[in-house]
Design a binder for this molecule. Sequence first.
Ligand code: DGP
Length: 124
Amino acid sequence: MSDHRKASNRDPACLFCKIVAGEIPGDVVHETETTLAFRDIQPQAPTHVLVIPKAHHTDAVAATRADAALMADVVLAAGEVARIEGIADSGYRLVANTGRDAQQSVGHLHLHVLGGRSLQWPPG
Ligand code: DGP
């Protein structure tokens, strides 16, 4: 596997890299060779799971530039989380906050999988 797909491609200061490494606990709901999904510590919906690549990439565009197949792995893992959580049919939202104005607080790509209730639009 090339470096940009490996968990060894990590930022030692990154919170989510520490969860991948098991240095900080995470409530893991799904895992593949290249992705990890765990419950958000501040849930905003009955289902609120974060899906990340194990390798460190700052956001969705950076990850896709480095390895489009890795981004596909993340999206497919999010779909699997929705199935496991029982919200695949009722519907769910995938959110990738990107940058300051979007309130991205952790600079490691993560898709929020939100569902289990009717979600409002537009978001705040
Ligand atoms: P964002 O604002 O899009 O960067 O989302 C980051 C999310 O990460 C936010 O909803 C809260 C969550 N979070 C922050 N620290 C931790 C942690 O230590 N564990 C878990 N499971 N989630 C965390």
